[in-house]
Design a protein around this ligand. Structure first.
Ligand code: NAI
Ligand code: MG
Length: 353
C-alpha cells in the first residue's frame, strides 16, 4: 500500500531523533513492499518567531489528507511553552479527534529500572485524550482578594466514555490481551467518575463479556503499578489519571528516551499522530546525544496503526535486540553512543531480522 506521512520534526532534539526514525522507516519501506510518501512541515518555534504562529492558518487542512503524522518534539526558550503546545499539538489532537492516547509500557532488556523486579512488564495504557479533567470550563473569581477562588470543571460524556472503552477493548481482542483494568476515583469524585464507572462497566459487560474486567481506585492502582506491574494488560483511564499513570509507567521501564505514544483516531476518519513522550530536551539539544528509541518506536506504532503490523514488530524487535546486546547505548541509558550510532545499530538490526 501507499501511505502519505506528514513529518513535523519540531525543535531541539526533535529533528535529531526524527532523522534516525526516518532512516529506519526507509528501510522498512524497502523490505516490506509498501511505500511512504513523506512530506516534512517546518512548523516549530523558529517558524513562530518568523510568522507569529506555530502553523499556517490552514495548517490542519494541509494535514487532513495524510494517513498519519509523525511528530518529534517542540519547545524552545524563546517561545512560551503554552504557545508551542496549545497552538500546534493541541489543535492537531482535538481537530483530528484523536481521542485515544496510547502508551505501551514494556520492560526492555538490559535497561536499569527502579524496581527490584522490573522484568516482564508488558501492558498498554488507553488514556482518554479529548475530554475529562482537562477542559477549559471554569474560571476564576475575586482576583487578589482573600476569598480568591478558581472553579475547574471536568467534562465527561457518555459518548466519550463509550468510545474510549470500546477502543481499549477492541485493541485487547485484536492483540491477544485478556484483561481490562479501569482507573477510577468514584468514591470521591462522585459525579464524573460514577458516570465513567457505569458506562465502562456496561460496555465491557455487554459488548466484551469475554474479556476479564477489573477496576481500581487510581491511588491504589498507582501502588499496584509499582508492586505488581506484571499483572496488567490494558489499562483504561480518563485524561488526568491516564496522564499520571503513563508517566509512572514510563518511569517503571526506563524513562523518557524510551517511551513512545500515539494520539489515535481509531475510526481513521482523520490522521492519527505518533510522538515520543519526551520534549525538545534543550539541555542536550545540538550535541547529537539524544536517544532516538522513543522516536523510532513511535514510528513503529504508526506503522502498526496503518496496518503494517509485521514491519512494526520488526522495528520493536530491532530495538530490543540492540538493547539486549548492550554494546550501543546513549548516555541516558548508561552508554556513550551518539544519536546516529544508536539509530545505525537499530537500522542494522532491523535489516537483518
Ligand atoms: P524533556 O522531555 O524535553 O526533557 C526532560 C529530561 O529528559 C531532560 O533532562 C532531557 O535531556 C531528558 N531527555 C528527554 N528526551 C530524551 C532523549 N530522547 N534522550 C535522552 N534524554 C532525553 O522535558 P522538559 O525539559 O520538561 O521540557 C523541555 C521542552 O520540551 C519544554 O519547552 C516543554 O514544553 C517541551 N515539551 C514538549 C513536549 C512535546 O513536544 N510533546 C512534551 C514535553 C515537553
Ligand atoms: Mg504527561
Amino acid at each position: 500500500a501507499d501511505y502519505k506521512i506528514a513529518v513535523i520534526a519540531g525543535d531541539g532534539i526533535g529533528p535529531e531523533v526524527m532523522e534516525e526514525a526516518l532512516r529506519v522507516l526507509k528501510a522498512a519501506e524497502e523490505s516490506e513492499g509498501f511505500s511512504l510518501e513523506i512530506e516534512e512541515f517546518p512548523w516549530n518555534s523558529e517558524y513562530w518567531l518568523e510568522h507569529g504562529r506555530m502553523m499556517p492558518e490552514d495548517g490542519l487542512e494541509q494535514l487532513r489528507s495524510f494517513d498519519a503524522i509523525l511528530f518529534g518534539a517542540i519547545g524552545d526558550a524563546r517561545v512560551p511553552d503554552d504557545i508551542t503546545i496549545w497552538e500546534l499539538i493541541m489543535p492537531i489532537r482535538k481537530g483530528f479527534h484523536q481521542y485515544v492516547n496510547f502508551r505501551p509500557v514494556k520492560s526492555l532488556p538490559g535497561i536499569q529500572t527502579p524496581l527490584a523486579n522490573g522484568d516482564g512488564i508488558d501492558f498498554v495504557i488507553f488514556r482518554e485524550n479529548a475530554e475529562g479533567e482537562y477542559s477549559d470550563s471554569g474560571g476564576r473569581l475575586y482576583a487578589g482578594q482573600e476569598g480568591e477562588m478558581a472553579v475547574q470543571n471536568t467534562i465527561m460524556t457518555r459518548a466519550g466514555i463509550e468510545r474510549i472503552t470500546r477502543a481499549a477493548c477492541r485493541y485487547a481482542k485484536e492483540n491477544g490481551r485478556k484483561k481490562i483494568t479501569s482507573a477510577t476515583k468514584s468514591n470521591a469524585v462522585i459525579h464524573a467518575n460514577k458516570l465513567w464507572d457505569e458506562h465502562v462497566q456496561r460496555i465491557t459487560g455487554e459488548e466484551f463479556g469475554d474479556l476479564e474486567f477489573e477496576q481500581y481506585y487510581v491511588d491504589a492502582l498507582a501502588a499496584y503499578f509499582v508492586q505488581r506491574p506484571q499483572s496488567f494488560e490494558v489499562v483504561l483511564a480518563s485524561n488526568l489519571f491516564g496522564d499520571i499513570l503513563s508517566d509512572l509507567g514510563s518511569g517503571l521501564v526506563g524513562g523518557l528516551g524510551l517511551s513512545p505514544s500515539g494520539n489515535i483516531n481509531p475510526e481513521k476518519d482523520y490522521p492519527s499522530m505518533f510522538e515520543p513522550v519526551h520534549g525538545s530536551a534543550p539541555d542536550i539539544a545540538g550535541q547529537g546525544i539524544a536517544n532516538p528509541i522513543a522516536q523510532i518506536w513511535s514510528a513503529a506504532l504508526m506503522l502498526e496503526h496503518l496496518g503494517e503490523k509485521r514491519a512494526a514488530v520488526r522495528m520493536v524487535t530491532a530495538i530490543e535486540e540492540v538493547l539486549a546486546e548492550g554494546e550501543v547505548r546513549t548516555r541516558d541509558i548508561g552508554g556513550e553512543a551518539t544519536t546516529g550510532e544508536m539509530g545505525e545499530a537499530i537500522l542494522h538490526a532491523f535489516q537483518s531480522n
